[in-house]
Ligand binder design. Structure first.
Ligand code: NAD
Length: 279
């Protein structure tokens, strides 16, 4: 059986739903149900025979160790994190506690499982972001795994720190860790503080559409199901100690994302003036 952390959030819930539809292997979902985690995201599988939910916080080191030794999963796919850049500017310490300390707690718990001799074939898949590499200019090529780490926000700095600890547990303790760095995801069940759902919600209500600066910041976009398919491939075929970038080769400036949502809404929900006037 496998462990998933943060399975009630945006990407984690997609992974859990896709896993239970495609695989026969049981899955235990560990989630603290913060503002970003909703049991309703997984209502469709709440009674699935291969699904178990554990309401627990990855900051609780002793509990993580107990869960690991009790269930002896053959892998963990670690999504749980504070994930919103704006919140990391307002409250950076929470990002250090969950993203850095929480990840180290899970690494130590997995190490305890390895030392108990029950770890044959174990994999620790750490789900991270390409924001650890900094930002792209319009003419830049896509990020590569060899790019230098240049985190620019407390969020990306905390994810970068967690990536380093994951790497260290492979080199120091021989734990079979793999890190993935994915670009921006879009798709169903994303909390409406993130760009695409926020713009859709606000536009439908005739509210202002916030865009930072000139909106020229370039991000790559990938559908969340494609990210989860890549994670299943990494879990099945990834090499311990490796890192894998995951992207959609779909780079767009933020302002262009917002303008294309406005154009689509002009067709689907026309209003007296174009939605783009709200930007
Ligand atoms: P999210 O904010 O939607 O969900 C986070 C989940 O983690 C929630 O269910 C929340 O309850 C849970 N959680 C938070 N703190 C916890 C704690 N201390 N203990 C247990 N559970 C806790 O996040 P998301 O967008 O689904 O992102 C998931 C992962 O993917 C994160 O690690 C993020 O850094 C990474 N990632 C996200 C994106 C993106 O575009 N959203 C892109 C690349 C990587």
């Amino acid at each position: 059986m496998i462990f998933v952390t943060g399975g009630c959030g945006f990407i984690g819930s997609c992974f859990v739903l896709d896993w239970l539809a495609a695989e026969k292997e049981p899955l235990v979902n560990i989630d603290a149900l913060t503002y970003a985690g909703h049991l309703g995201n997984l209502q469709a599988v709440a009674r699935h025979p291969n699904y178990t939910f554990v309401h627990a916080d990855i900051r609780d080191a002793a509990l993580m160790r107990d869960l690991m030794l009790q269930h002896k999963p053959r892998a963990i796919v670690h999504f749980a994190a504070e994930s919103h850049v704006d919140r990391s500017i307002a409250a950076p310490l929470e990002f250090v506690e969950t993203n850095v300390m929480g990840t180290v707690n899970l690494l130590k718990a997995a190490q305890a499982l390895a030392e108990s001799g029950d770890e044959a074939g174990f994999r620790f898949v750490h789900v991270s972001t390409d924001e650890v590499f900094g930002s792209l200019e319009t003419s830049d090529p896509a990020f590569r795994e060899s790019n230098r780490y240049e985190p620019n926000s407390p969020y990306s700095a905390s994810k970068a720190a967690s990536d380093h600890f994951v790497r260290a547990w492979f080199h120091t303790f021989g734990l079979a860790t793999i890190t993935t760095n994915c670009s921006n995801n879009y798709g169903p069940r994303q909390f409406p503080e993130k760009l695409i759902p926020l713009v859709i919600h606000n536009a439908l209500r005739g509210q202002r559409l916030p865009v930072y600066g000139d909106g020229k910041q370039v991000r790559d976009w990938l559908h969340v199901s494609d990210h989860c398919a890549a994670l299943r491939a990494v879990l099945a075929r990834g090499q311990p100690g490796e890192t894998y970038n995951i992207g959609g080769r779909s780079e767009l400036a933020n302002i262009d994302v917002v303008r294309s949502i406005c154009a689509t809404l002009d067709e689907l929900r026309p209003r007296a003036t174009p939605h783009a006037d709200l930007i």
